[in-house]
Design a protein around this ligand. Structure first.
Ligand SMILES: *Cc1c(COP(=O)(O)O)cnc(C)c1O
Length: 390
């Protein structure tokens, strides 16, 4: 006789991300691509880098993509290129203000500092967690040189509004697309709407490599030339340079890996959307949790699936999920304007209350594209069970 334990839930372990599971799908292709690079020995700026740059430019609908060493460097060289083009100087000055969000990864703000400018933090829209265009509009003054929207968690900022502000005030837009590869705003891919877009291929991003990597996208040929110079010591000729540049190139082997993964990224982003859709529908009725907003005209790529936990219960919920084997994470617990690095170097003109509230309430759940139905169901069931306890 088969004995069944009634109501006994199967215990599972669900990490936030399981890269091995993804890689198993295209392991042979990856190994072949890596072997080819090893044999060709063109390890720096080899053919695969150019091939990737061309493919990504076509994918995004821009004129140029330039591979760099990280997403952080992509932001930095984008801003430096803009200082060079718009000011005729190698760096911005401390008086030059760049408006951005405080609810982001450190690199967004530190790139502004390293470009010589001062970050001006404005509050987020509590529904999307992204820069609130109204706040941006209010913050623009004679010192403002640009705005740096971050498409957080894989969701588009309100680019139409930001573009209108940028146009009327003659300021630039650099998009931080580190979390949003493949996402769209209307008909446009993110990273194609600003003056430049900065992408990251950090392993955990939607399109990641096997180390650090990044990319700059732009439609402006002057900026493309400057970025290309900056990634290669600051000159067209590396033995006779004009500007203070970097050694910041995307490795050929990483480009080869990304070329393989690029074939799967749209499919994987669709799987992420499908999981998010399940979560959205099956968690919608919980009054202590807020699911992310769904915008029909935009393709969110759910780098993170992030909910808001109300009533100060976030840490309790995270702990309870952990006890059930379900990983979750807080992006981000500390806003940039509260970090020692930024406190004396940034401008905060209006309260950042929505930013601070979000830091205390957000929780990202597993949204790994290859989660099974059973795993998704397990997460949902355990979250729903919590509601009886809270
Ligand atoms: C990951 C990330 C970066 C930095 O990318 P790296 O490749 O790690 O340097 C910048 N901004 C945001 C929003 C990110 O998530």
């Amino acid at each position: 006789m088969i004995s069944v334990v009634p109501n006994k839930q199967i215990e599972m372990t669900i990490p936030l991300l399981n890269l091995n599971r993804e890689h198993s799908i295209y392991k042979i292709e990856l190994e072949q691509a890596i072997k080819k690079v090893i044999n060709n020995t063109e390890y720096i700026l080899g053919a695969e880098v150019k091939e990737l740059e061309n493919e990504l430019a076509a994918y995004l609908g821009v004129n140029s993509c330039i591979g760099v060493a990280s997403g952080t460097d992509a932001l930095l060289v984008s801003l430096r290129a803009l200082a060079m083009k718009t000011k005729g100087k190698e760096y911005f000055s401390r008086n030059d203000e760049i408006i951005t969000t405080s609810f982001t990864f450190t690199a967004t703000g530190s790139a502004i500092l390293r470009s010589g400018a001062t970050p001006v933090f404005v509050d987020i829209d509590p529904v999307t967690y992204n820069l609130d265009p109204l706040q941006v509009k209010r913050a623009v003054n004679v010192n403002t040189v640009g705005v740096l929207p971050v498409h957080l968690y894989g969701q588009a900022c309100k680019m139409d509004d930001l573009k209108t502000i940028a146009k009327t005030r003659s300021i630039f837009i650099v998009e931080d697309v580190a979390q949003a590869f493949g996402a769209t705003y209307g008909k446009n891919k993110l990273g194609s709407m600003g003056d430049l877009g900065a992408f990251s291929f950090f392993p955990s991003k939607n399109l990641g490599c096997f180390g650090d990597g990044g990319m700059v996208s732009t439609k402006d040929s002057d900026l493309a030339i400057l970025v290309e110079m900056l990634r290669k010591h600051g000159g067209k000729d590396k033995y006779n340079v004009e500007y203070l540049g970097y050694n910041s190139r995307l490795d050929t082997v990483q480009a080869a890996i990304i070329l393989v993964k690029l074939k799967y990224v749209d499919q994987f982003n669709r799987l992420r959307r499908k999981i998010a859709d399940d979560y959205n529908h099956l968690l919608a009725d919980l009054d202590w949790l807020v699911t992310p907003v769904f915008v029909k005209e935009e393709e969110h790529v759910y780098h993170q699936y992030t909910v808001r936990i109300k009533n100060g219960k976030r840490d309790q919920v995270q702990k309870a999920l952990k006890e059930k084997g379900i990983a979750s994470a807080v992006y981000y617990p500390v806003p940039l304007h509260k970090m020692k690095l930024f406190i004396d170097r940034c401008i905060v003109r209006t309260p950042l209350s929505q930013t601070e509230k979000a830091c205390n309430e957000v929780l990202s759940l597993p949204v790994e594209p290859l989660l099974t139905e059973e795993e998704i169901d397990y997460v949902i069931r355990n979250i729903r069970n919590l509601s009886y306890r809270e």
